[in-house]
Write a protein of this length. Structure first.
Length: 404
């Protein structure tokens, strides 16, 4: 329960609001901060003086005058502190070191032959963190911490990977294991949540309070923002969109259940659909691209689709139909303003998006889809790690939990 009248809480809320506004605007004056927050100019000036002293904010330049003295514009000092973002994938671990604007300063990729023992993964992470800090020549006192994105069900508060089907982890206390070795604050979350966090702080979702980021690739996941806050659920299991049951008689999912949405949308579905169709004699140019159907990959199917292959395009269209149905479920329940479609699967956007939108419209309740903006967003190689970095960066933009 929030403590009414807690002056420190009120101060922290105000600092958080001001930092977010400066970050969103890029440059803003004290006067405009006062107008947008409703705080007195004296209160704004006091907070800004403290932030400048901490090195978080600096006076960037003078703005245009509307009569009288020119306003001084404030900006976030991206070099005040640094963070490391880390994405643990099946065959590699990607590290990025960024300023508090989430722009990469250093990048490092360690191969991680699958499967590796947990102890070996911990050693690789420790080695990578120490090496990237050394490469950047930044002192430890300027680090806010390390953010880590992991696929699967993550208990954010405890820093425990409850279950990751792709990594085959269960109840791994990753936060405590790494903090003990590194002596740096570690923040761990579901990897899709970290992408959603990055889009909220720095990306296309800055001005949206209610939005969903959905990723399609080897799996299907979502990060959900409600009223400006990331929704993780009671114990961190919120957003497991890929495991909406579609067909109880359907294929077995990596989670162990049958017929999850993921089994009709993700990369394995595309590959199996292609193999199945070719074995049944479907006409396609895929056999002209690969010698053996066992070599078929999502990239091969996409290449065929780009060459005009009707069969390959139908595969993507069917996946888009199922994805649209799933999105309609989210729209009907959560009524978001924005849906971001991302992940490696969006490399096939041109063959997916029409069927996604068509299916979403058909299955949405009472035209709720008309109020939703759909933004496809392609990922760069290091985007997952940058998303994880945003998890640590967010600590300067949020009110500390111990004050609530």
């Amino acid at each position: 329960m929030k403590r009414i009248g807690n002056k420190k809480l009120i101060r922290d809320i105000n600092i958080s609001r001001i930092l977010r506004l400066i970050n969103e605007r890029g440059q803003i004056s004290r006067t405009d901060l006062s107008k947008e927050t409703g705080l007195s100019l004296a209160a704004i000036c006091k907070i800004i003086d403290n932030l400048i002293e901490m090195g978080l904010v600096y006076e960037a330049m003078e703005g245009r005058s509307t009569g009288g003295r020119k306003p001084v514009l404030l900006s976030i000092n991206k070099e005040a502190f640094y963070v490391i973002g880390l994405k643990i994938a099946v065959n590699e671990i990607t590290f990025v070191l960024t300023g508090i604007d989430a722009n990469p300063v250093q990048k490092l990729v360690y191969p991680a032959p699958y499967p590796l023992s947990l102890e070996n993964i911990i050693l690789l992470i420790e080695s990578g963190v120490r090496k990237i800090i050394s490469l950047a020549s930044v002192s430890l006192d300027r680090f806010l911490g390390v953010g880590i994105g992991v696929s699967g069900f993550v208990n954010f508060k405890e820093g425990v990977v409850v279950k990751s089907g792709i990594l085959r982890w269960e109840n791994v206390p990753l936060k405590s294991l790494l903090e003990e070795r590194l002596g740096i604050s570690i923040y761990i979350d579901n990897d899709v949540n970290t992408l959603a966090m990055a889009e909220k702080i720095f990306g296309v979702a800055q001005k949206y309070e209610n939005f969903i980021l959905v990723t399609i690739g080897r799996g299907v996941g979502s990060g959900i923002f409600i009223n400006g806050e990331l929704y993780r659920g009671a114990i961190g299991g919120g957003g497991e969109f890929g495991h909406i049951p579609v067909n109880s008689e359907g294929p077995v999912c990596e989670c162990g259940n049958r017929g999850c949405l993921e089994t009709y949308v993700a990369d394995p579905f595309l590959v199996e659909k292609a193999k199945e169709g070719l074995k049944k004699g479907k006409e396609s140019i895929i056999p002209n691209i690969v010698d053996d159907i066992e070599q078929i990959s999502p990239e091969i199917i996409l290449e065929a689709a780009k060459r005009g292959d009707k069969f390959s395009r139908e595969i993507f269209s069917e996946a888009g139909e199922y994805l649209g149905r799933g999105l309609a479920t989210l729209v009907n329940i959560l009524n978001p303003e924005l849906i971001i479609l991302s992940g490696e699967g969006m490399r096939a956007e041109e063959f997916l998006i029409d069927s996604v939108i068509r299916s979403l419209k058909v299955h949405s309740f009472a035209n709720l889809d008309k109020n939703v903006r759909i933004i496809p967003l392609k990922l760069e190689d290091e985007t997952w790690a940058i998303g994880a970095a945003a998890l640590a960066i967010n600590k300067i933009f949020e009110v500390r939990e111990e004050n609530l």
